[in-house]
Design a protein around this ligand. Structure first.
Ligand code: ZN
Ligand code: ZN
Length: 725
């Protein structure tokens, strides 16, 4: 006990006057018992020990002892109050800080130095505008309004209060008021509570700023940040210029409060100017600026720059890691995002809830259930399972990875789901098929969560569309604007148009799209073109295709679809002509590709690709399956095959479709009974859909195929989509 020895020796030699400097440099006191011994000594020897004792306990984080020492003091002196107010605010005991201030005022004790910034900080943290204005009144009356630090703290408080609401701390207000004629002072200086409501808290910030006799960088930063956070972006940028005119240089805080503006307005050009400024003033290696720059570039879809900024940071902090990971994932660079997430763990940076909601969409997009489950493991071990943001991203991930049951289990475990979690779950059901589940969950959302937003309506309309529920969809579509005042967006129109098309109400769909309030996109028309193919209406298809080619002359999918429609109708010449146009326009067909994950490895199959090491085994398996399928009554649907070729050849071409290669590979590589999960980059073709239904029955397995639009759960010869897709 070396420390203890020196400590006792120090106490023995230092008496009353010598204790003060000793306490100020009290690094040798490290334990509670040492602090208590010193406290006892001070009580005997020191005339006014409390401020010292209080700072001593506070410095050690012994908050309870600190409060006890203060409460026990019979008549605390001004420095004692000051110590209590300052230390409490610094330690996050905002209530205590304010009540010490109130107690001090009730004894009319004179004000010690630098107390008011702490009081104002506490008012801001307590989010109480009434209390804040009361203290403001007091500081005007006591003449502290002209003090630079106090005025800065006052501005900061009003900024924080911009988003605050009254939570009933009026009793404290009454006590502060009784300590002085607060209201009168405020009114005299033009700061009545009514005027504060009229000005708004930001107006108050501005007024304090304008009336300051002197201002420093902190004053400007507070004003700029407050202005930017309240959406007044042009004004905030103007202020940076004015700050320069006033002879003050913007610092890293100034920059990090304006960078989000460019991110939000996707103005990468202006953002780059600020980046240039940051480099010239050597702020670019600052983690605050770095993280803001990463966010800004990622939002402006310039994620390569984000990456470069991140790589140049000498000591990236957790915020910078989260920014870069989320930025990469948002920009579709899922593998990169996951790679950095692993690096982050290797660097022993602890993930936060935002880390998980940032990385989870990568698993959802890559449909890698295994990785998603690993992340779920981290979430549970890290104690984030109760976090509603994390839970929502888990629900979304499980649903998108094809496991709607686990998604539901996670959802049911969320104590109070927010609209994001509700919507993720409803969307999950919409994509997977049990449309009735989606609809009843939507109903529950309306009663339990209140207001469904526009995304929730997209989800419920998608559910109706995938299940062919026309009447229900119309009902939701009308209620959306009538009951909830949500103006339909493109996604809502698209869902309804898609539904009408699927239901065979092609003319109705055509009229609906033609009379939309928004200009229809090629995507909306393409859905109808797909419906025309299913319902074999080549005449309307031509009209629709003309609309699409008008909007997007090089829309690949529609050209292929139209050519297929011609082929199916036996109009080979027109099909050939269209394929020529495609060649002339330099369009290449996007190759169909399907993925399957086997034993932690992702296998990709492109149509008719023979390069897979197991290719021969796969083809043999498919041949065996085909024979069995034909015995069960399968007839190949060859109308989608482009060329005018022999039936036998057509049949072989269908066998080479990417999803079929992936499914066959799944069957031969996994034990019987294992669910097979395949992802395809395009829509599942009609013939593969039929074939997969047969295969699921023959091999007795559940086969889950995620295509461009939805999930298909094949089981016992049926598909969850009910053949609507
Ligand atoms: Zn196919
Ligand atoms: Zn299906």
């Amino acid at each position: 006990m070396q420390t203890h020895g020196t400590f006792s020796a120090a106490i023995a030699t230092s008496l009353t006057p010598l204790l003060d400097p000793f306490l100020r440099h009290s690094s040798s006191i490290q334990t509670r018992s040492q602090a208590q011994q010193l406290h006892a000594l001070l009580l005997k020897s020191h005339p006014r020990p409390f401020p010292l004792v209080f700072s001593l306990y506070s410095a050690l984080g012994l908050v309870r002892d600190a409060r006890l020492a203060f409460t026990a003091a019979p008549t605390p002196s001004p420095p004692c109050y000051a110590a209590v107010i300052r230390c409490s605010a610094a330690r996050g005991l905002f209530d205590h800080s304010v009540s010490a201030f109130v107690r001090m005022r009730s004894f009319s004790s004179p004000l010690a130095d630098a107390v008011l910034p702490s009081v104002l900080k506490s008012c801001a943290a307590l989010r109480d505008p009434h209390l804040g204005t009361a203290v403001h009144g007091f500081l005007i009356r006591s003449g502290w309004g002209a003090d630079l630090f106090t005025a800065n703290a006052l501005m900061n408080m009003y900024c924080k209060l911009c988003h605050a609401k009254d939570d009933g701390r009026r009793n404290l207000l009454a006590e502060v008021s009784s300590g002085g004629a607060v209201g009168g002072d405020l009114r005299k200086s033009g700061f009545s509570h009514a005027s504060q409501i009229r000005l708004g808290p930001l107006g108050s910030v501005r007024k304090v700023f304008d009336e300051m006799p002197q201002r420093d960088v902190v004053s400007w930063n507070t004003l700029i940040a407050g202005t930017a956070e309240n959406g007044m972006h042009v004004e905030a940028l103007e202020m940076i210029k004015k700050m320069g005119v006033a002879g003050l240089k913007p610092d890293s805080f100034t920059l990090s409060s304006v960078l989000p503006i460019f991110a939000e307005y996707v103005d990468g050009y202006k953002g780059m100017e600020i980046h240039g400024f940051a480099i010239r003033h050597a702020f670019d290696t600052d983690v605050f600026i770095g993280s803001s720059l990463i966010d800004m570039y990622a939002n402006c879809t310039n994620v390569d720059y984000s990456r470069r900024v991140f790589d140049l940071l000498p000591n990236p902090d957790p915020i910078s890691w989260n920014s870069i990971i989320a930025g990469l994932v948002q920009n579709g660079m899922f593998d990169e995002g996951l790679k950095l997430f692993r690096e982050m763990l290797l660097c022993r940076i602890k993930p936060m809830p935002v880390t998980f909601s940032g990385i989870m969409p990568a698993c959802a997009h890559l449909t890698t259930l295994r990785l998603g489950m690993q992340l779920h493991g981290y979430v549970v071990r890290g104690g984030f399972a109760g976090n509603v943001f994390v839970a929502s991203s888990l629900v979304d991930m499980y649903a998108k990875c094809g496991n709607v049951h686990i998604a539901r289990r996670v959802f049911d475990g969320v104590p109070s789901p927010d609209s994001v979690s509700w919507t993720a779950m409803i969307m999950g059901y919409a994509l997977h098929g049990p449309a009735q589940e989606a609809l009843s969950l939507f109903q529950r959302m309306e009663t339990e969560n209140g207001k469904p937003n526009h995304v929730a309506f997209v989800a419920v309309l998608t559910a109706c569309s995938h299940a062919g529920l026309v009447d229900e969809a119309w009902d939701y579509f009308h209620r959306m604007s009538n009951d909830y005042g949500i103006i339909p967006r493109l996604e809502h129109y698209a869902a309804v148009a898609d539904l009408l098309g699927r239901a065979g109400k092609l003319e109705e769909a055509y009229d609906f799209i033609s009379t939309m309030h928004i200009k229809p996109t090629a995507g909306v028309w393409s859905a109808l073109l797909g419906a025309c193919r299913v319902h074999k209406n080549a005449k309307l298809a031509e009209k629709v295709a003309a609309k699409i080619f008008d909007i997007e002359p090089k829309n690949m999918g529609s050209h292929v679809l139209m050519s297929n429609i011609y082929s199916a109708a036996g109009r080979w010449n027109e099909a050939a002509k269209l394929r020529m146009t495609m060649k002339d326009k330099g369009m290449k067909k996007q190759p169909a590709c399907s993925w399957i994950e086997i034993k932690n490895e992702l296998h990709a199959f492109v149509a008719h690709d023979t390069s897979h090491p197991c290719y021969n085994k796969i083809i043999n398996a498919l041949k065996v399956l085909l024979e069995q399928m034909e015995r069960e009554g399968y007839v190949p649907n060859t109308e989608d095959v482009l060329h005018d070729i022999e039936e036998e050849q057509k049949r072989n071409m269908l066998c080479g479709h990417s999803e079929r290669l992936a499914i066959a590979f799944g069957i031969i590589s996994t034990p019987p009974g294992t669910t097979i999960r395949v992802t395809k980059n395009l829509r599942v073709c009609v013939d593969c859909h039929t074939a997969t239904k047969f295969i699921s029955k023959i091999v007795g397995r559940e086969i889950v195929v995620r295509d461009l639009n939805r999930f298909h759960h094949f089981k016992d010869g049926e598909c969850s989509c009910g053949d609507y897709w």
